[in-house]
Design a protein around this ligand. Structure first.
Ligand SMILES: Nc1ncnc2c1ncn2[C@@H]1O[C@H](COP(=O)(O)OP(=O)(O)O)[C@@H](O)[C@H]1O
Ligand SMILES: [Mg+2]
Length: 288
């Protein structure tokens, strides 16, 4: 089988009524795919999504069908895919990236310093970098065509975008996306905090099933779709270390001539961070 879509890290396979999403062991940093594989990283990401889908299925249904390769075509029934593949209901995707921010950082922090807003939302004065927001904010964007950057849009604009593609449903879908996004973030961020991890922000994607129900899709609350910070040592007023990629970023910056080939000790430390995040969040060791 050949992927119908191959991103920097993930692959998507068509399987009739379903799709199979595979998180590979590739790692990217500064938008480049590194030469090394991080063994078991893909499994950690897939099993983490599975954990969150299970935890939140009472808030909104999700697309997960199975993470057992025995349920999938023979092509996937081997060690290359075991633990890394998720069979999902094939959906009609809604063209909105549902971003939610509980803390101020990154591009949000840059824009707040300029004009006191993040994606058009006015925030209280006096916030410091990495501060917790009084309430999580929903800042949707539209998916860019390949090569472009995603475009931040207002909630009102998200109604128009959806109305155009699904006439008569713009208001309904936009409202459901926003309310589901906030509810999912609140439940999961509160939970993660009790396990020592701050989820600063994240992105969800939703689609429609055959009956027209809104279903949560894509990956969920992985370090690739979210900013995870260790609670230990958290302090507003400056940037926070990334839970998973800090060693990689620091090493690459200190070794500009590396040609994106990491030494083994950086790889080892990095997979240890992924496994630590998984164990903290789920209370179990990864087993594939
Ligand atoms: N259940 C689903 N049905 C159909 N498409 C999906 C489903 N879940 C996620 N997708 C889509 O699969 C693709 C995953 O590709 P990805 O590697 O994230 O690349 P990108 O985000 O750049 O498109 C995305 O386009 C995402 O919207
Ligand atoms: Mg994506």
């Amino acid at each position: 089988m050949r992927p119908i879509k191959e991103g920097k890290v993930r692959e998507v396979y068509d399987n009739g009524d379903s799709i199979i999403m595979v998180a590979t062991d590739r790692i990217s940093a500064f938008d480049v795919i590194l030469k090394n594989k991080i063994v078991n990283k893909g499994a950690v990401l897939t099993q983490m999504s599975k954990f969150w889908f299970d935890l939140t299925k009472d808030i909104v249904p999700n697309h997960m069908l199975s993470t057992d390769v025995k349920d999938m075509p023979e092509f996937f029934q081997n060690d290359e895919y075991k633990g890394k593949a998720m069979m999902c209901k094939k959906l009609t995707m809604l063209p909105i990236e549902c971003i939610v921010r509980g803390y101020i950082t990154g591009s949000g922090w840059a824009s707040y310093q300029e004009n006191g807003t993040v994606c058009g939302i006015k925030l209280p004065e006096g916030l410091k970098e990495s501060d917790k927001l009084p309430e999580p904010i929903y800042t949707p964007s539209t998916k860019a065509e390949i090569g472009d950057h995603d475009e931040n849009i207002s909630f009102e604009r998200s109604i128009e975008v959806l109305e155009k593609e699904f006439p008569g449903h713009g208001q309904e879908y936009a409202t459901a996306l926003r309310d589901n996004t906030i509810a999912l973030y609140k439940k999961c961020a509160d939970y993660a905090l009790t396990k020592g991890i701050i989820i600063a922000d994240t992105k969800f994607e939703f689609g429609l099933d055959e009956e027209g129900n809104i279903v949560l899709a894509d990956e969920m609350l992985t370090p690739d779709s979210s900013r995870f910070w260790p609670f230990e040592g958290y302090e507003a007023g400056h940037g926070q270390p990334s839970f998973d990629k800090q060693f990689v970023r620091d090493w690459l910056k200190a070794n500009p001539d590396s040609d994106y080939l990491l030494p083994q000790d950086v790889i080892d430390k990095t997979i240890d961070k992924y496994l630590e995040a998984y164990a903290l969040l789920t209370g179990k060791e990864l087993c594939v």
